[in-house]
Design a binder for this molecule. Structure first.
Ligand code: NAD
Ligand code: TDX
Length: 331
């Protein structure tokens, strides 16, 4: 099976490539990645893949690569909410126009397509209510990031309905694990602590995210590619709801510090309060189950990875913190 993975040098895409090569001996993997600030060739170290550096908005390149593939798994995106608030333009280009080019190519070549998306397209939920997002929840995105992801999902649905494209969509909750960029919440706090800097919580720190290990996300993606119903959307989650303050307290404790040893900083504009995923369809229809059920031990392993792989994250750290320094103040 010839698999084209877009965004394969990023966090989830690179973990997908490693998992695919380890579990599917019949897979021949091509990675298409623009190597933006978020992509790293070293995330694919040891992976036997064909690597193509390029943009998903490059229609001619995308057409050629899709024409050589049996399945396309589209991870490439501008993925960080804070960046989308500072500069939304690249989010429209990559997330919307890039998805359009891929859809046109899979339509021309009749290639199976799986679209990676996020639970953020559904907006947010209140704290302390039992509601969770389902596949029927209306779209209500809050940020430039989530609105461009929502737009790309809607393009996929339209290309399925109007042109019969063979596609599935997954909307996953917050991932954690190795090779996540230091701009994201967990790696930022872990690497700040390695540098002797106190963790930084936006606002009151009570916002809830529904954490899933990246390997569970990726095994669910394969379950959908293998057994998913064409044209369907599947929500991916693993019952991992935790508020940010508790995550930071866990990180501090695991790294030998006092659990209250953090600062509150300026809140993110439009900050979504809570995400929670009902993944019943994935379980009942496809028989999928997560393997990483203990968030604390997954977090401990992730901290160990950042301690052992400073060469991987160090080059990004000071530029990332410089970007944050202009936007946030300690409260
Ligand atoms: P990431 O930012 O770590 O990686 C994105 C990758 O895409 C990078 O390698 C980057 O170089 C590449 N890229 C960016 N623009 C490109 C372009 N125009 N052309 C080609 N390549 C380009 O992102 P991630 O966290 O791994 O997220 C991957 C996907 O999963 C995204 O679609 C994101 O919306 C989705 N998602 C992420 C999470 C999460 O918690 N991180 C949760 C749910 C869904
Ligand atoms: O320094 C921080 N302090 C803080 O309190 C940072 C970087 C974040 N936060 C908060 C904001 C969120 O409530 O932590 C939570 C997680 O933040 P992010 O890592 O930026 O993730 P989030 O905005 O929830 O989006 C992530 O999950 C869904 C991914 O970045 C998206 O790509 C994915 O779609």
């Amino acid at each position: 099976m010839r698999v084209l993975v877009t965004g394969g040098a990023g966090f989830i895409g690179s973990n997908f490539v490693h998992q695919t090569l380890a579990t599917r001996p019949d897979a021949e993997v091509t990675v298409l990645d623009a190597l933006t600030y978020a992509g790293s060739r070293s995330s694919l170290e040891g992976a036997d893949v064909r690597f193509v550096e390029g943009l998903v908005q490059d229609g001619a390149l995308v057409d050629r690569l899709v024409g050589e593939s049996d399945v396309v798994v589209h991870f490439a995106a501008e993925s960080h909410n804070d960046n989308s608030l500072a500069s939304p333009g690249p989010f429209v280009q990559t997330n919307v126009v890039g998805t359009y080019e891929l859809l046109e190519a899979v339509r021309r070549h009749d290639v199976r397509y799986h679209h990676i998306s996020t639970d953020e397209v559904y907006g947010d939920l209140e704290l302390d209510v039992p509601d969770r997002f389902t596949e029927a929840t209306p779209y209500n995105p809050s940020s430039p990031y989530s609105s461009t992801k929502g737009a790309s999902d809607l393009l996929v649905r339209a290309w399925v309905r109007s042109f019969g494209v063979r596609a599935t969509i997954s909307n996953c909750s917050n991932n954690y694990g190795p090779r996540q960029h230091v701009e994201k919440f967990i790696p930022r706090q872990v690497t700040n602590l390695i540098d002797g800097v106190r963790p930084r919580l936006y606002g009151d720190g009570l916002n809830v995210r529904d954490w899933i290990h990246v390997d569970d996300h990726n095994s669910a993606v394969w379950a959908i590619i293998d057994r998913g119903r064409m044209g369907e959307t599947y929500l991916i989650g693993a019952d991992g709801e935790v508020d940010n303050k508790t995550v930071v307290a866990e990180i501090l404790t695991l790294m030998g510090r006092e659990p209250g040893d953090f600062d509150h900083v300026t809140d993110r504009p439009g900050h979504d309060r809570r995400y929670a995923i009902d993944w019943t369809r994935l379980r009942d229809e496809l028989g999928w189950q997560p393997q990483y059920r203990d968030f604390r031990s997954g977090l401990a392993a992730t901290i160990d990875w950042y301690r052992a792989n400073e060469d991987w994250w160090r080059p990004q750290k000071s530029a990332t913190e410089a970007r944050y320094a202009t936007a946030e103040q300690v409260l």
